[in-house]
Design a protein around this ligand. Structure first.
Ligand code: 13P
Length: 284
């Protein structure tokens, strides 16, 4: 089916108490792997790209690749821009085929974050594109955004409500102690904070920093009201480990498709496990 708008998908997740996986793709192999896993699990899914991936391929190619994979699939697939910090990249995504964009102005003071986010919401909504905003500061590394754990700022329910009401965003990324990348120190998660945010914010909540969280923690985050769950680093690790693994055991075989198929198979399995854990399996 054609790419879908993610709001209905995320509202259904919010009401049904499960999370839609949003997986950061970096090329066509990862796009295919995410869609194949979604088909195998009958799960709605979000393909998302970082600004770095957009800068590498350009918006038109990423949209074409996502449309190609989604078009051949019976499950709903949305295409989302993750952590948009560059206004020009966001503008292009809005005008050239993304279903939703994230404006990440969380590094700015609240009023400026609100102003920048509202500006993106106005442009996006007039083109039928949904918007994810962020309030608070999520620790870790995502492309060139680097935040130390001690500098993370947890989101309060009051701020979340004010932010949503004054910007008109469709879903909200909140800082609850998760971090981008592998956890080098024990995360200081505030699951109760997510529960309160989910109750007060009045829109689907996004959990960033999905990689490396133990299964029981993921289950608690889903139960606490997360509706979109982002996974990036694990995609890259499984992809690269899959390639190494195959090359190590087939050092004299020069067959790129066998090598790539191995990595893809590993990705499909890993992504499928997330879908089961998030409760989105069987929901498409
Ligand atoms: P991880 O890299 O920790 O999976 O985080 C992904 C993310 O939140 C992308 O925005």
């Amino acid at each position: 089916m054609p790419l879908v708008h993610p709001v209905a998908m995320l509202q259904a997740a919010r009401e049904g108490r499960y999370c839609v996986g949003a997986f950061n793709v970096v090329d066509y192999l990862t796009i295919e792997a995410v869609v194949e896993a979604a088909e195998a699990q009958r799960a709605p899914v979000i393909l998302q790209t970082s600004s770095g991936t957009v800068k590498r391929f350009g918006v038109p190619i990423l949209v074409q690749m996502a449309e190609m994979a989604a078009g051949a699939s019976p499950v709903p697939v949305a295409l989302h821009l993750d952590h948009g910090t560059d206004r020009e990249v966001i503008r292009q995504a809005i005008h050239e085929g993304y279903n939703s964009v994230m404006i990440d102005a969380s590094a700015h003071p609240l009023q400026e974050n609100i102003a920048r986010t509202r500006d993106v919401v106005e442009e996006s909504h007039s083109h039928g594109v949904a918007v994810e905003g962020e309030i608070g500061v999520v620790a870790g590394t995502e492309d060139d955004i680097v935040v130390q754990q001690d500098d993370a700022i947890y989101t309060t329910p009051e701020e979340a409500l004010q932010f949503r009401e004054s910007t008109g965003i469709d879903f909200l990324a909140a800082a609850i102690g998760t971090a981008h990348g592998f956890y080098k120190v024990q995360p200081r998660l505030d699951i109760d904070c997510l529960r309160k945010l989910a109750e007060t914010a009045g829109c689907p909540m996004v959990v960033h920093g999905g990689t490396g969280l133990p299964s029981d923690v993921v289950t608690k985050l889903v139960a606490a009201g997360g509706a979109k769950f982002n996974v990036s680093t694990q995609i890259k690790q499984t992809y690269i480990d899959g390639l190494y693994e195959y090359v190590d055991s087939h050092r004299t075989e020069y067959h790129p498709l066998k090598l790539l198929n191995h990595a893809r198979k590993e990705l499909v399995e890993m992504i499928g496990q997330y879908m089961t854990l998030l409760g989105s399996a069987g929901k498409a």
